[in-house]
Write a protein that binds this ligand. Structure first.
Ligand code: DC
Length: 230
């Protein structure tokens, strides 16, 4: 297959808080592409299930919810660091979806085959249109294996926990570093050992280890990959 420069379909996978959204947004802006964070869809389904006190172990019920959930994603209406507005039933849940409750339960929800099937189909339809930076866990391996450029963004759990901690403090919240670190390790373990579409780099992904890089350096590296012949 002939690849285009810059690549039209760009996938960005990696563990929690590896900087995927920050880099993905900047890259999409620089290229004039759509930025799509697929984690939002899994978070939204989890948020609705928690809101309605659903039994998260009931795979059939959660799957049905994923099939029918109306999740509206709009350009950001508030300049508070959000990449987009996430609206569910008329309510802005952009930050609620990032709560500890959702963090603690989203891995269970996203491991269900039916949930993945429902959301994957929607993601694939959007991704195949091209001119997109799509962010997640399985985008390069399962959703868009035909992508023109696949990036896997990695960093140690300690570094990622530090970034998440500082992000919360910067928003005026309260956080405990050790708790964040332990929960992050647990979520990554779950996401990378699940049977369906586990978190892992695609064989043809370029791995960027951002431990000793700042966001600007990671962005420059990603942009360089977009501008070189693949
Ligand atoms: O990127 P995030 O932390 O917002 O993702 C939330 C959860 O959703 C994450 O723990 C795993 C799941 N997820 C997934 O399984 N596949 C994706 N493509 C994106 C997210």
């Amino acid at each position: 297959m002939t690849k285009t420069t810059p690549p039209s379909i760009i996938t960005l996978d990696g563990p929690a808080a590896s900087g995927k959204s920050t880099i993905g947004r900047k890259l999409a802006d620089a290229l004039g592409y759509l930025f799509f964070d697929t984690g939002i869809m899994y978070r939204a389904v989890t948020w609705i299930a928690l809101q309605f006190d659903m039994d998260l172990r009931d795979e059939d019920a959660i799957t049905e919810l994923a099939q029918n959930a109306q999740i509206d994603i709009h350009p950001p209406s508030v300049g508070d660091g959000r990449a987009c507005d996430v609206i569910i039933a008329g309510r802005d849940v952009t930050w609620e979806m990032r709560s500890g409750d959702v963090d603690a339960n989203v891995s269970v929800v996203s491991a269900y085959a039916g949930v993945r099937k429902a959301l994957s189909e929607r993601q694939r339809q959007i991704g195949r249109r091209g001119r997109i930076v799509m962010v997640g866990r399985d985008i390069g391996t399962v959703i868009l294996p035909e992508a023109d450029l696949k990036i896997y963004l990695d960093a140690s759990a300690e570094e990622r926990a530090r970034r998440r901690y500082e992000e919360i403090i910067a928003r005026g919240g309260q956080a405990d570093y050790d708790e964040i670190l332990n929960k992050m390790i647990e979520r990554d373990r779950f996401d990378s050992t699940r049977a369906i579409a586990p978190l892992r780099p695609a064989d043809d992904a370029v791995i960027i280890d951002s431990d000793k890089m700042n966001a600007e350096q990671v962005f420059e590296r990603a942009l360089e990959l977009c501008n070189q012949d693949l």
